[in-house]
Design a protein around this ligand. Structure first.
Ligand SMILES: *Cc1c(COP(=O)(O)O)cnc(C)c1O
Length: 244
């Protein structure tokens, strides 16, 4: 890890510290309310626009998973992450022609939504002599112009992708539509949980439904209550994003 002499304001770090404690205790409560333990839920911090020094501070508090959603940003921050103490994943839309730039750098790609993309990840992983874990992203709200495979095409994509040698399917991911009411978003979370259970029950070769990744800053507790075991939290942990 390369160190830079960038001084982060103390107030910023204090904000991150108190948010981290608040988020982890809320996760623990939601986990218990859904019959699980705090450690059954993985908190992944969505780190877009966040300086590596601030991310590493959160890692020093105990954060173990981080996720970027843009290849360019991930590459520009890569040498500064404290990867001895945290695990880096890719959570954003991924173009096939950029796959080779991140394979080997991330432990999991959460956004596989086509066989073409799965095939390219497998091909680049084979070149590197590794197997890459992936989640299949589902367009659970059936929104136009949004990433994710349509729910009715999910099983076929999983069956096809499971036959690839150098990826391993570890679960499902979703970014539901923006909803005015909590009941609406819970409906999408429940649908995802059903898909997750249905596929788990099929016990397919090379598919292990270990992760159901859903829930963000405004709804991670609801997601956990609906069965999520990985939540992706950004702004609630780091503060509102400033795009430069
Ligand atoms: C930014 C992002 C999040 C987190 O969003 P917040 O609302 O800031 O918590 C989660 N998932 C993905 C894919 C993201 O890009």
């Amino acid at each position: 890890m390369t160190e830079r002499s960038l001084t982060v304001p103390a107030e910023k770090l204090e904000y991150v510290r108190s948010s981290y404690l608040d988020i982890t205790s809320r996760i623990a409560r939601a986990a218990e309310a859904s019959g699980r333990k705090a450690e059954d839920i993985t908190l992944l911090a969505a780190t877009k626009t966040v300086e590596p020094e601030v991310i590493n501070y959160a890692v020093s508090l105990g954060l173990r998973y981080i996720g970027e959603n843009k290849v360019q940003e991930l590459l520009s921050k890569y040498e500064y992450y404290d990867l001895e103490h945290c695990d880096l994943q890719f959570i954003g839309h991924l173009q096939t022609n950029k796959v080779r730039q991140i394979v080997g750098k991330v432990s999991m790609i959460q956004s596989v939504d086509s066989f073409k993309l799965a095939g390219e990840i497998s091909k680049q992983s084979a070149k590197n002599g590794i197997t890459t874990d992936v989640l299949i992203e589902v367009n659970i709200g059936r929104e136009e112009n949004k990433s994710g495979v349509m729910p009715e095409e999910l099983e076929e994509l999983i069956a096809q992708s499971a036959a690839l040698d150098s990826i391993r399917i570890r679960g499902l991911m979703a970014v539901p539509p923006i909803c005015d009411k909590k009941a609406e978003i819970c409906n999408f979370f429940d649908k995802m949980h059903h898909l997750f259970i249905d596929i788990s029950d099929k016990t397919l070769d090379n598919v292990s439904m270990d992760f159901l990744s859903m829930g963000m800053s405004d709804d991670f507790e609801e997601a956990i209550l609906s069965g999520a075991n990985m939540v992706r939290v950004g702004s609630r942990l780091f503060g509102a994003r400033i795009y430069r």
